[in-house]
Design a protein around this ligand. Structure first.
Ligand SMILES: *[C@@H]1O[C@H](CO)[C@@H](O)[C@H](O)[C@H]1NC(C)=O
Ligand SMILES: *[C@@H]1O[C@H](CO)[C@@H](O)[C@H](O)[C@H]1NC(C)=O
Ligand SMILES: *[C@@H]1O[C@H](CO)[C@@H](O)[C@H](O)[C@H]1NC(C)=O
Length: 365
C-alpha cells in the first residue's frame, strides 16, 4: 500500500496543428507524468517525498512537485511553442487567470473517480482523490472566471489553446496491479477507463476546446517498478529489451482501445482536431537501444533508488532513507523506478512535437 505512494504516470503530450500553428495557452489534465505541482499543494500527504531533493535537482535546482529530476513532457511542449511553463491550478490565487494556460494534472490521479476504488474496497490505496472528474470541475470553475474577464470571450481564446488530456488512466491499472490484480481483471477494466477518458475529452470539446492531444500509456513492462514486482524466473516472459511482455501487451491493448474510441470521436466532432499521442512508441525506442540515445546506463535501471536489480526497492524509494541518486541522471531513462528522467521526457516530447509519434501529427514548431 505504501507503494502506491508513487503512482504516477502522466504523460502529456503535445501540441498540435497542421501547419505552424501557434498556441497562446496550454490546458493540461492527468497524473504524475504531467503534474507540475498540484499534488504537492493538495495536502494529500504531509511530507511528500517529491517535495524534496533530489526531485528537481537537474533543471530547477529545487523540488517543484514534478515527479522527476527536471522538466516533464508538458514543459518541453510549452518550450516548443514558446510558452511559459504551465502553472499548477492549486498555485493560483483566488480569481487569478493566467493567460497562457493552467495545469490541472495531479500525481497519482486516476481517470475513474475515487469512488470506484472505494466501492471495490481498495480506496485506501489511492494516493489522491483528485481524479479526472475533479480536475474537470476545477477547469469549469476556472473557465467561469476566465470567460468573465476575457473581452473577446472564451471561444476565440480556446481556439488558440492546446488541450492535453493526459496521460491519464495509467494509475487506474497501477493501483490494482500493485495489490495483486491479474491481467485479465485489468483487461476487463479497459473499456471503462477508455470511456471515461473519451467522455472527458468530449466535455472539453463541448466547452470550446478545438485542438486536443490524448496520449496513450507507456510500455509499463519496461518500468523498474513492474520489473521488480513481477520479476519472473522464466526468460520467455521478457522481450529482447528486457521488458515484461504481458505488461507491455496490456499497455498496447489499452492504447488500441483508446485509438478506436478517438476515431469515433473524430467522426462526431469533425471540427475538432483530436490528436493521439503514441507515448508507447516514442518511449519504446529508448528501451530498444538505450545507449544509442545517450542512455548509457540502460533504460530499465532507476537513477534514484535503494538498490536491487533495477535499483527499485519499495522500502527505500527515491528520496527516502537508504536511497541514493545517481551522479548523471541524463544517462538514465528511469528516474525513481516509476517516473522517467528529464532526459527521457525530453526525448519523448521531441518524438511528439516533431509529429513522428502524434496522429494527426503535431506540426514541427
Ligand atoms: C479520499 O476520500 C475518502 C472518502 O472521503 C477519504 O477517506 C480519503 O482519506 C481520501 N483520500 C485522500 C488521499 O485524500
Ligand atoms: C461573471 O460576471 C457577472 C457580472 O459581473 C457576475 O454576476 C457573475 O457572478 C460572474 N461569474 C463568475 C463565475 O464569476
Ligand atoms: C516459461 O514460459 C513459457 C511461455 O509462457 C511456457 O511455455 C513455459 O512452460 C514456461 N517455463 C517454465 C519453467 O515455467
Amino acid at each position: 500500500m505504501t507503494f502506491l505512494f508513487f503512482l504516477v504516470f502522466c504523460f502529456v503530450r503535445a501540441a498540435s496543428t497542421s501547419n505552424i500553428v501557434k498556441y497562446d495557452s496550454i490546458y493540461s489534465f492527468g497524473d504524475s507524468l504531467a503534474d507540475t505541482g498540484n499534488f504537492l499543494r493538495s495536502g494529500a500527504l504531509a511530507f511528500p517525498v517529491i517535495g524534496k531533493l533530489p526531485y528537481g535537482e537537474t533543471f530547477f535546482g529545487h523540488p517543484t512537485g514534478r515527479c522527476s529530476d527536471g522538466r516533464l513532457v508538458i514543459d518541453f511542449i510549452a518550450e516548443a511553442y514558446g510558452l511559459p511553463f504551465v502553472p499548477p491550478y492549486l498555485s493560483l490565487a483566488e480569481g487569478q487567470t493566467p493567460k497562457h494556460g493552467v495545469n490541472f494534472a495531479v500525481a497519482g490521479a486516476t481517470a475513474l473517480d475515487a469512488k470506484f476504488f472505494i466501492d471495490k474496497g481498495v480506496g485506501q490505496i489511492l494516493w489522491t482523490n483528485d481524479s479526472l472528474s475533479v480536475q474537470l470541475g476545477w477547469f469549469k470553475k476556472f473557465k467561469s472566471t476566465l470567460c468573465n474577464t476575457t473581452k473577446e470571450g472564451c471561444n476565440n481564446y480556446f481556439k488558440r489553446a492546446l488541450f492535453l488530456m493526459g496521460e491519464i488512466g495509467g494509475n487506474d491499472y497501477n493501483y490494482p496491479f500493485f495489490v495483486g490484480a491479474s491481467i485479465n481483471d485489468m483487461r476487463a477494466m479497459v473499456a471503462l477507463v477508455v470511456k471515461t477518458i473519451v467522455e472527458a475529452t468530449t466535455m472539453l470539446i463541448e466547452e470550446g476546446a478545438v485542438d486536443l492531444v490524448v496520449p496513450g500509456n507507456l510500455p509499463i513492462g519496461c518500468s523498474a517498478v513492474y520489473l521488480t514486482l513481477f520479476k519472473s524466473p522464466n526468460k520467455t516472459d521478457y522481450d529482447q529489451n528486457g521488458c515484461l511482455k504481458v505488461y507491455n501487451a496490456f499497455s498496447k491493448y489499452h492504447n488500441s482501445q483508446l485509438k478506436l474510441a478517438l476515431e469515433k470521436l473524430r467522426q462526431k466532432y469533425p471540427q475538432a482536431k483530436i490528436i493521439y499521442a503514441d507515448n508507447y512508441g516514442a518511449a519504446k525506442r529508448i528501451f530498444h537501444s538505450p545507449g544509442h540515445h545517450g542512455f548509457l546506463h540502460g533504460a530499465t535501471r532507476a537513477c534514484c533508488g535503494g538498490g536491487g536489480l533495477y535499483n527499485f526497492n519499495n522500502s527505500a524509494r527515491c528520496g527516502h532513507t537508504g536511497s541514493i541518486a545517481c551522479k548523471s541522471p541524463s544517462t538514465y531513462a528511469n528516474w525513481d523506478g516509476i517516473h522517467l528522467t528529464e532526459a527521457a521526457y525530453k526525448y519523448i516530447a521531441t518524438g511528439l512535437t516533431s509529429g513522428t509519434y502524434t496522429s494527426p501529427p503535431l506540426s514541427s514548431v
